[in-house]
Structure formats: structure tokens, C-alpha cells
Design a protein around this ligand. Structure first.
Ligand code: PHE
Ligand code: ZN
Length: 876
């Protein structure tokens, strides 16, 4: 690398020296290149102290500058200077028009940032800093401008031409076979929300009337072969729009709302104003090709992007350090939406599982950062679980502290006060403070301190005084750049279970009370407690912390069957399973025969027998903690012990409870036409879980049962569930046969074939790496398509621990090679692939050495992108 990339700091923020009132763009899309003409009405920012500052525009190195003029005067090369990503124009008046002509080559753009071609269509991705790959601009979120965009292209190959806002004019250049459409977006927006699409697209359409009676057209575009897979997204969109009107009082504001599905996309989806661009994996859905989990993901992501229209677009971020302002809040909003549409407890279990497994691991690793980072080298590296998921937990804690009514008042104030502005997380918290009269200054530490706080809880009971006391101590481990932490303001929701498992009445007669921790050590006293209670701590996972309380296995079983908090009932089961799995790991390591504690068998039996429980929750309770979660909980990760203990427990449970698993499997057989509704989803999830236990028995009769489910399935959930069990089983010939059959059935369905790749990549049997290597050469694989890279490479490296962490280091070498290759093609995806290597400190010494040398090899491999450089250099 010629020069090491520099970090930028939140503390250096300055208001923009210039503003752009209007932005006129004209795109001439061509096979060899695309011409971008821009006309920007600019003026000095009266709020900026630097009255003489030169004009410093962002522009990626790949931009070819053809012409530059200021208020009609063409500039010559002496009038400006290009340096790295900046175009400096020294002498500019206080107010002027900047005209720019740039040439770009979207067909060669493999980074998928800026304007690129995906399967014969053009589309854009501008967040966070992609617009500077389109033209020279002030590419920062606090510069908001009114955009008018004309797109011109070949009429036959690109009949559909889209941009943000409303279409206002169109025409054709007949002799050339080209046509154009002009779009106008009346809402000022930062460049990261700009979007353009051109292609031969089909669409579905639905009218929508907003609460105040405005008519809106909803449209979802995709390639015509996928036209039959758009209805679920449309229904989800309508539900999300209604929900936002009802729960937040937020209405849609343009005449048209468009979603476009593209196959090549770095992330899930993007909330561009009025023109969302979606990864096909987050919009297409049909019973034959899509699992229940994917149906729910589509619903959640469609809602998420829609909600951004207010939390992100109407009110946006001042700078990228504030990313969680829009992402944390919007994830909280979409989680509440999904909870209202489906099962609240199940949604919470899923979100907390992700947080505790992956976000806690991030918080404990070398890339740990606060919800509002203080610095970064490449902002793309900060679209993280911390900013999104922990950010959402921070908003949830405010919701818990204020209660739903005050929270709504706070969000109303926030939207009203800051409509049309680019603001900070502080502004958000201030609105919440003002409506509630609460002081959240200590609470703000959640935005600035990284790391997962630890709570140590102990209790005592004074029978004579009928007094129960909870002692709580908080601490937070050091993270990069933050050795010492101040105590957090933590809402700790608790209940006390009395005899028979009933909730004792607490303050004000309620059964759950939110204790507020603000000091390092605190004691909470409960009077009039007739018997020693069992505490139910951190109900609903009221704060993103690790809680330790010395709880016996019997107490966990007690909570599992009695806690009135559905989340904690599940969590008690998980804690019991973790405890017992750790015992098995110790036995395995000591070379003793493993023996499963009957407590787990009995607890599972009771849950399986309870027909009154929601089958979806039963499935969650009976799912053993994942290898990834067990790894996160370990000080030193013992890959084999974790895998062996978990496999052993699964088989032992299957043997002890086979009759019950079989009975429920049969009773849950599908009835009626497939629908991805809550009731059916719940039944299928439990039924497939029962099948997974039955398959753990490794009996031919169970194999036949799974194969029959595969053959007879009328939906992808059941078919794929059976497929992955057979593919991962020890029945090699049958595994190959079913994989072959699946490929032939779905050869033309890219997203389904991605699942086929993922199932093979996650097979824990020996030889998985050779298979992944072979699949890289398969016609179904394309290293330029991020979905395929994720399905094959990321799944292997993140969901196949025994193979990826093979003691000879072959998995690490494989990944290092892929990252070096991807670094040139697509830096964002390359950088994300690095995650498992950054965790090297948690492995044994030989693996540590191998992982470090893989990282070093990447660092030494030559020209690294900022993205990869930042993660590798911070990890070593
Ligand atoms: N802003 C998008 C979302 O969360 C995510 C995204 C970021 C997409 C960067 C593309 C690029 O909804
Ligand atoms: Zn988002």
C-alpha cells in the first residue's frame, strides 16, 4: 500500500462549508460507458465559520472528469486539483452553479457501490459513500438537496427507467431508439438516498390510501420470471404502512412507492427515497421456493425499509457516526412490527439469540465499538450488529424506561422537530428526555461505551423480617481504546416467583418491576415476602447484558415450567442446557464417557407433553444452544468438545424421547393449503425439529421418513428441512441422491440453489472443505454475486466450525485466499468475510498461530482496500 488509510473522528466534525440547494442529473446509459451530467446550485453555508474555504468535492478515483464549469465558465485543469477522493476548486464565489460531466463504466463495477449492472439491468447503491462513484459531489449526509433526475437509455433493452420521487416528464429520441424519463423528488435528501434503475422489468401494483386520504401507488419490480413471487412483499408493505400510521402516526409522503429486486447486492435492502432497492433474497417469496423463515425475513425487511422513510429519510443522520440513529431505531420499529404480526415471544427469542451469539462476540473482539463509534477508517465496516442490533436494544431500553405512551410522545416530538434535518443520536435522546422530564445523561453512555456489561446478582432472604434483597453489581470489560468504563443506567426487569410458581405482587401490584441500576453496586429490598422466592431476572431481556446469578438446575427447571415471562421461560431452558452441555464437554475433554443429566430429558419431556404451549415456542425451547453461542460463552473455544457434546446430547435426547418426538411429528402433519401464517409456521417449525431429533437416531426407518417428507412436501420449509437432515446424515449415498434431485428440481431458481450451496457448506462431516472447493467451480457459483459468496464461503467459515477450524489450518488458508481474491472485486464483501479470523484470540495456541498467519498473509498480499485493511490491521 502506498499510504496507510487514515481514520476519521467524530470529534473533528464540522458543518459543511457549502450547501447544494438543487441537484439536476442526466444519465446517458451506454454499453461502453455512461455519461453523467450534473448541475448543482451551490452556495456557502451561512452556518460555517470558514468563509473562504475552497470547494472540496468528493469523487472516486474511477471517475473520468470530462468537463467542469462554474456559473457557465469552463474551468481549465489549472483551476482545480484532484487528489485521492477529492476534487479541490480554489476560488469559487459565494453562490454559483457547478456543472460537471463525468464518464463512468457501470458494467465493470464489481464493488456494487455507485452505479452498476446486475444481470443486464442498471441499478445504484449509494449508502454510505457510493454517490462519489457516480459524480463529484458533497457526499455527506448533512448536505441535503432537491433532486431532479433524467435517465436516458436504449428503449428496447431498458424499457423501465426509474429514480426517486415522482415521474414528471418523458420522451424518446426516435432515430436512436432511445428514450428518457425525468423524475423529481420534492423532499431534500442526502446523496446516499439517491437511486436509479434501468432495465427490462415486470411489476405488480396496488393502490393505497393513507390515513389522511392521499392516494399512493405501490409497485414492486422484478425480472418477469419472478413476477409470481412478489405478492408476499406487497402484502407486507401494506401491513407495514398501516402499522406505521397506527403505532407511530407516520404517513407516506410521495405519490408512488417502488421496490426493485436485484440479484447482485451487497446487503439486504436499501431505503432510497421512494425507490427501495432490494436483494432478491429479501423480496421474492413463493411457497415452492421459500422457507417460512425467509417469508418472515421478507416481511421484516420490507417493513424496515418502509419505516426508514421517516426514521432515516425525513429525519436523517448528521454524519456516519450517527448511523444507529436511523438503524437502531428502525430495527426496533421493525422488530415491534414483526412481534405484532407474528409471535411476540418467538421474535424476541430470535433477536436475543442473534444478539447474544454474534453481537456479544463482536463486543468481545478486536473490532468492538460503541453504538456511536468515535472513529473509523471505512464506514462500510460499521454496518454492524452493534450499530443495528445493540442500537435497537438501546432504543428498546428507552421504551422500557419511559413506557409506551411517553415513548410515542418522544418520537412524535423527534419527528416534528427534526423533519427535514440531519441530526444526532443526542437529538433523539433529548426529545425523549423532554417529553418525560427524565434525565438520560447517564443513559447516553450506552451510545459511547463499547463492550457488554456484566451483572452479578446475589440475594438473601430474612424469614423473620419477611424481607428479600437482591444485590446487583455491574462491570464492563475493557475494549479497544476504552480501558475504564463508567457504570451504565440499566433497566433490569424482574419478577419474584412464590410457592407454586405464581408471581408475587411487586410495586403497585404489578408482577414485573423495572429496577434501575445506575451504580456499580446496588441492593433492592422487597418487604412482606412470606417465603423465599425464586427470582426471574432480566425479563424480556430488558438490557443487552450478561447476567450471572447462582441458580441451581432445579431452580432453572422451576422457572422453565412456571415463569409468566415467556422469554425467561425459554431462557431458563437455555441456561439449563448450557450448564449440562458444559458438563458433557468436561467429560469429553477428560476422556470419560459422556452422560446426559436426566434433568434436561425430564424438562424436555414436560415441554413436549404440554399441548397448550405454542408449538413455535416449544420448538425454540427444544433447540439446543448453537455451537456459535457455546463458543461465545467459552473463554477458550474448544471446537471439537462443543461439537461432540452437542451431538451427543441431541442423540441422547432423541433416544430418551423418541416416542414423544414421533407422536408430535405425526400429530403435526400438514393439513390444508400452505400459508406462511403464524399457526402453520409454528406447526412446521416444531414438526421439523422433531424430525431432526428422530434423524439423530441414525436409523434407516427415520431416513425413509425424512425422504418421504422431502418427496411429498408442497412447500420449501418441509422440503429443505428434510433435505438438510439427509444431506448432513451419515447415509452418504442417500445424501448425494437427494442433493442431486434437489439441484435438478430447482436448477433455474437462483435463490433456492443458494440454499443448496449453503446446506453443503454447513455439513459437519469430514471433507466439507473439498466439497466447497469443488462447488466454487460449479456452474451455480459466481464469485461476483454476494449472495453466492455468502451461501458457500461465509456459511462454511461461520456455520461449520469443525471443518473451518480443522487443526491443519486448511480452512484458514482457504478463507485467506478468498479474501485476497475478493479484496480486488468487492471490498465490502471481502471485509465481511474476515470476521471469523478476527476472533483468533479465543482459540488454542496452535490455531491462534495459524489464524494470525492467515491474517498476516492477507496484509502482505499487496494493495488492500480500506475495508479489508481496517479490519485486518485492527485484528492483528
Ligand atoms: N441502510 C440499509 C438498511 O439497513 C442497509 C444498507 C447499508 C444497504 C449500506 C446498502 C448499503 O436498511
Ligand atoms: Zn436500515
Amino acid at each position: 500500500m502506498a499510504e496507510q488509510p487514515r481514520a476519521i473522528y467524530l470529534k473533528d466534525y464540522q458543518v459543511p462549508p457549502f450547501l447544494i440547494d438543487t441537484t439536476e442529473l442526466r444519465f446517458e446509459l451506454g454499453d461502453d460507458h455512461t455519461l453523467v451530467r450534473s448541475v448543482l446550485k451551490m452556495r456557502r453555508n451561512p452556518a460555517s465559520p470558514s468563509r473562504q474555504a475552497p470547494l472540496d468535492l468528493h469523487g472516486h478515483e474511477s471517475l473520468e472528469l470530462c468537463r467542469l464549469a462554474i456559473s457557465g465558465q469552463v474551468l481549465s485543469p489549472q483551476d482545480y486539483r484532484r487528489e485521492g477522493e477529492s476534487l479541490l476548486i480554489r476560488a469559487v464565489p459565494d453562490e454559483f452553479t457547478l456543472e460537471c460531466l463525468t464518464r463512468i463504466r457501470p458494467q465493470d463495477n464489481t464493488a456494487l457501490e455507485g452505479l452498476y449492472r446486475s444481470d443486464g439491468m442498471y441499478c445504484t447503491q449509494c449508502e454510505a459513500e457510493g454517490f462519489r462513484r457516480i459524480t463529484f459531489y458533497l457526499d455527506r449526509p448533512d448536505v441535503m438537496s432537491v433532486f431532479t433526475t433524467t435517465v436516458e437509455a436504449d428503449a428496447r433493452r431498458y424499457p423501465v427507467l426509474l429514480s426517486n420521487g415522482n415521474p414528471v416528464a418523458s420522451g424518446s429520441l426516435e432515430d436512436e431508439g432511445r428514450h428518457w424519463v425525468t423524475w423529481q423528488d420534492p423532499f431534500p435528501k442526502p446523496a446516499y438516498l439517491f437511486a436509479l434503475v434501468a432495465g427490462d422489468l415486470a411489476h405488480i401494483e396496488r393502490p393505497f390510501k393513507t390515513a389522511s386520504g392521499r392516494d399512493v401507488t405501490l409497485r414492486i419490480y422484478a425480472e418477469s420470471r419472478d413476477l409470481d413471487k412478489l405478492d408476499h412483499a406487497m402484502e407486507s408493505l401494506v401491513k407495514a404502512m398501516r402499522w406505521d400510521e397506527k403505532v407511530y402516526g407516520r404517513e407516506y409522503d410521495l405519490d408512488i412507492y417502488m421496490i426493485v429486486a436485484v440479484d447482485f447486492f451487497n446487503m439486504g435492502a436499501m431505503e432510497n427515497k421512494g425507490l427501495n432497492i432490494f436483494n432478491t433474497s429479501c423480496v421474492l417469496a413463493s411457497p415452492e421456493t421459500t422457507t417460512d423463515a425467509a417469508f418472515q425475513r421478507v416481511e421484516g425487511v420490507v417493513a424496515h425499509e418502509y419505516f426508514h422513510n421517516w426514521s432515516g429519510n425525513r429525519v436523517t443522520c448528521r454524519d456516519w457516526f450517527q448511523l444507529s440513529l436511523k438503524e437502531g431505531f428502525t430495527v426496533f420499529r421493525d422488530a415491534e412490527f414483526s412481534a405484532d404480526m407474528n409471535s411476540r415471544a418467538v421474535k424476541r427469542v430470535e433477536d436475543v439469540t442473534l444478539l447474544r451469539t454474534a453481537q456479544f462476540a463482536e463486543d468481545a473482539g478486536p473490532m468492538a465499538h460503541p453504538v456511536r463509534p468515535a472513529s473509523f477508517i471505512e464506514i462500510s465496516n460499521f454496518y454492524t450488529l452493534t450499530v443495528y442490533e445493540k442500537g435497537a436494544e438501546v432504543v428498546r431500553m428507552i421504551h422500557t424506561l419511559l413506557g409506551p405512551e411517553l415513548f410515542r410522545k418522544g418520537s412524535d416530538l423527534y419527528f416534528e422537530r427534526h423533519d427535514g434535518q440531519a441530526v444526532t443520536t443526542d437529538d433523539f435522546v433529548r426529545a425523549m428526555e423532554e417529553v418525560s422530564g427524565r434525565d438520560l445523561s447517564q443513559f447516553r453512555l450506552w451510545y459511547d461505551q463499547a463492550g457488554t456489561p456484566r451483572l452479578h446478582v446475589s440475594d438473601d432472604y430474612d424469614a423473620a423480617a419477611q424481607r428479600y434483597s437482591l444485590h446487583v453489581e455491574q462491570s464492563c470489560p475493557a475494549t479497544p481504546d476504552q480501558a475504564e468504563k463508567k457504570p451504565f443506567h440499566i433497566p433490569l426487569a424482574i419478577g419474584l416467583l412464590g410457592p407454586g410458581g405464581r408471581d408475587l405482587p411487586l410495586a403497585g401490584g404489578a408482577t414485573t418491576e423495572v429496577l434501575e441500576l445506575t451504580e456499580t453496586k446496588q441492593t433492592f429490598v422487597f418487604e412482606g415476602v412470606a417465603e423465599r422466592p425464586v427470582p426471574s431476572l432480566l425479563r424480556g431481556f430488558s438490557a443487552p447484558v450478561k447476567l450471572q446469578y447462582p441458580c441451581s438446575r432445579d431452580e432453572r427447571v422451576f422457572l422453565m415450567s412456571h415463569d409468566s415471562d415467556g422469554f425467561n421461560r425459554w431462557d431458563a431452558g437455555q441456561a439449563l442446557a448450557v450448564d449440562i452441555l458444559r458438563e458433557l464437554m468436561d467429560q469429553y475433554r477428560a476422556g470419560r464417557p459422556m452422560q446426559l443429566d436426566c434433568a434436561l430429558i425430564d424438562a424436555f419431556a414436560a415441554v413436549l407433553d404440554d399441548e397448550a404451549l405454542d408449538p413455535a415456542m416449544v420448538a425454540k425451547v427444544l433447540t439446543l444452544p448453537s455451537e456459535a453461542y457455546l463458543s461465545e460463552l467459552s473463554d477458550e473455544i474448544d471446537v471439537e468438545a462443543i461439537h461432540e457434546a452437542r451431538q451427543f446430547a441431541k442423540k441422547a435426547l432423541a433416544q430418551a424421547l423418541s416416542g414423544r418426538f414421533e407422536r408430535r411429528y405425526l400429530a403435526l402433519a400438514p393439513a390444508g393449503v400452505y400459508a406462511p401464517d403464524a399457526v402453520q409456521v409454528a406447526r412446521r417449525s416444531l414438526r421439523n425439529l422433531c424430525l431432526s431429533y428422530l434423524m439423530a437416531l441414525e436409523q434407516p426407518a427415520q431416513l425413509a421418513r425424512a425422504r418421504a417428507q422431502y418427496d411429498d412436501a408442497d412447500n420449501m420449509t418441509d422440503r429443505q428441512g428434510a433435505l438438510s437432515l439427509i444431506a448432513h446424515s451419515a447415509f452418504g449415498a442417500e445424501a448425494d441422491a437427494v442433493l442431486e434431485d434437489f439441484y435438478r428440481r430447482f436448477e433455474r431458481e437462483t435463490l433456492v440453489i443458494n440454499q443448496w450451496l449453503a446446506i453443503q457448506a454447513s455439513d459437519p462431516k469430514p471433507g466439507a472443505l473439498a466439497r466447497v472447493d469443488a462447488l466454487m467451480k460449479h456452474e451455480a457459483f459466481d464469485i461476483r454475486n454476494p449472495n453466492k459468496v455468502r451461501s458457500l464461503i461465509s456459511v462454511f467459515c461461520n456455520q461449520n466450525a469443525v471443518n473451518f477450524h480443522a487443526a491443519d489450518g486448511a480452512g484458514y488458508d482457504f478463507l485467506a485466499d478468498r479474501i485476497i481474491e475478493m479484496n480486488r472485486l468487492n471490498p465490502q464483501v471481502a471485509s465481511r468475510l474476515l470476521t471469523p479470523l478476527t476472533r483468533w484470540r479465543k482459540y488454542d495456541a496452535p490455531r491462534q498461530a495459524l489464524m494470525q498467519s492467515a491474517l498476516q498473509r492477507i496484509l502482505d498480499s499487496g494493495e488492500l482496500s480500506k475495508d479489508v485493511y481496517e479490519v485486518v490491521s485492527k485484528s492483528l
